[in-house]
Design a protein around this ligand. Structure first.
Ligand code: NAD
Length: 485
């Protein structure tokens, strides 16, 4: 799909995200023929760098993170020709007149996009300076990274600051989870098939599990993470977005506000989570074959930290469709495997014509977001052989890379998709301000409860599936986790 001519200004153009994700993503889209001739990328940051030093930095970044195409020296050179570096201070006046001049030099009608790839404390100052220097036009768009606030109050304040200078239609709040091919596939699976939607409610669904397990720890973001924890860093945004897509009503059409209206209704219908339906965990040190992995507390350098690196909870959506169906959500660091999966457990058939001795097997739909993206539906069949009617499960498995060949095995990175959507002006996969606030309104009382009670997370071994209490949370409901164990 062609895109309009654009100027994309990346504030934080020397940062980790710009180097690892944003610029490699733009390079791959460039190689895919999606950057119109004359489009410009203007990287802005506080450091004083020459054009050649900056281009050398980005050459290295693209060689490291740009994929196979990075070996194409001609393409890389052509891409670097679209790139300009300029020094700008988000909190002062340095560099703003130069940036204005640079932008004014763009020939022809072009969309201006300002990507705030800087710490969240700079989102407000950047919006204000863009306005002050006449760069915030009615047609400009801004892209805002996470975290969007750390509670309802700060998210509201940030929304209000951005709203002073930009309308909601100009603000693109990124949650890179929404850019993942398989996450968008959730909508295609639900609303593109007749098979699932009639069963997608509490009458047929026993419960749903959403797991986002990571093997990595928090190295490199210790200070930020220790102030946030898994609830703020993952649950309030990524898992909440997955929950919305799984639980929302069918929007009338696949358009930004229709989709986001339905997601918002899910968040607003969430009950407050009871304390005994939440398990917080913190990883302990681990002795590997030849080295020792630090504990969470050692990593953050605070041996009394009570920040959680793991959280599991049971949520309820009080609406007509889902009353009575629990949603179990869990996410954590330093777990045994990297796995993001949504498991939809259907109820048992109401009556077994084969008798109880044949065994009962409920259907399970697993949607794997990573790794090994695909879906598996467990169906019940007769156990082969002459031994009478006994039932067993078999998986109907579709791994996208096998079913779709190269196109399925090599989906575009989330940032490629999302940046192109910003350039096209499509907000469907971006969070609206009221969604973010509603998610914080659900999160805040949970965190306030921990603080009031002086809650201390339960220790769990690095490389395990999480704290024992998370298994207990399920066992109390006569269920068990599936996805990483
Ligand atoms: P970083 O610390 O690596 O880079 C920060 C950038 O901001 C640098 O380019 C720096 O020069 C620039 N900067 C700092 N102060 C400035 C000022 N006063 N004026 C102008 N520029 C200034 O940070 P990062 O990891 O790239 O993260 C950027 C944003 O993206 C943060 O909000 C972060 O939470 C978010 N994010 C990062 C990742 C990631 O993987 N790195 C993932 C998700 C979200």
């Amino acid at each position: 799909i062609p895109v309009d001519l654009f100027d994309l200004v990346i504030f934080g153009g020397t940062g980790d995200l710009a180097q690892r994700k944003i610029l490699p993503a733009l390079f791959r889209r460039f190689c895919g023929g999606q950057m119109p001739k004359g489009a410009r990328i203007i990287a802005a940051a506080r450091t004083n760098l020459s054009q050649s030093d900056y281009k050398a930095m980005i050459t290295n970044a693209i060689q490291a993170y740009g994929g196979n195409q990075a070996n194409d020296a001609v393409a890389l050179e052509a891409f670097l020709d679209c790139l300009t570096y300029t020094r700008v201070d988000a909190t002062g006046d340095i560099g703003w007149p130069e940036l204005s001049t640079l932008m004014a030099q763009g020939q022809g009608a072009r969309v201006s996009i300002f990507y705030f790839s800087v710490g969240p404390n700079l989102f407000g100052p950047l919006a204000e300076r863009l306005h002050k220097h006449g760069l915030a036009q009615d047609s400009s768009r801004i892209v805002v990274e996470k975290p969007f606030g750390r509670d309802l109050e700060s998210a509201r304040a940030l929304n209000a600051t951005l709203a002073t200078h930009f309308s909601e239609g100009q603000i693109y709040r990124i949650d890179h989870y929404l850019g993942k091919e398989t996450v968008q596939n959730l909508m295609a699976i639900r609303f593109g098939n007749m098979l699932f939607e009639p069963l997608w409610n509490s009458q047929y669904v026993d419960h749903i599990q959403i797991t986002v397990a990571e093997t990595v720890g928090i190295a490199g973001r210790e200070a930020y993470y220790d102030r946030s924890g898994a609830m703020r860093d993952m649950m309030q945004n990524h898992l909440m977005q997955l929950l919305c897509l799984i639980a929302m009503e069918p929007p009338a059409k696949f358009d930004p506000d229709a989709v986001r209206d339905e997601k918002l209704k899910v968040i607003r219908a969430l009950d407050t989570v009871e304390p005994h339906h939440i398990v917080r965990g913190q990883y302990q040190a681990q002795q590997g074959a030849d080295d020792r992995h630090d504990s969470y507390r050692e990593t953050v350098g605070n041996l009394r930290s009570t920040t959680e690196s793991y959280i599991a909870l049971r949520a309820h959506i009080s609406n007509w469709r889902w009353a009575g169906t629990p949603f179990y959500l869990r996410t954590g660091k330093k777990l045994v495997a990297r796995s993001s999966v949504i498991n939809v457990f259907f109820k048992d058939a109401p009556h077994s014509i084969f008798g109880e001795e044949a065994g009962r097997h409920a259907n399970l739909l697993s949607i794997r977001l990573q790794p090994n993206e695909g879906i598996t539906l467990k169906v019940t069949i007769k156990e082969p052989g002459p031994g009478g009617m006994r039932l067993m499960d078999v998986p109907l498995d579709m791994t996208f890379s096998e079913a779709l060949g190269a196109a399925g095995g090599n989906p575009p990175d989330a940032y490629e998709r999302l940046i192109m959507d910003v350039i096209r002006g499509n907000q469907t996969l971006f969070m609206r301000g009221d969604e973010v606030e509603a998610a914080w309104a659900w999160t805040d009382p949970i965190i306030a409860g921990w603080q009031a009670r002086g809650d201390v997370p339960k220790p769990y071994d690095s490389g395990s599936t999480g704290p024992d209490d998370a298994d207990l949370l399920m066992r109390r409901d006569l269920r068990e986790w599936q996805g990483i164990n």
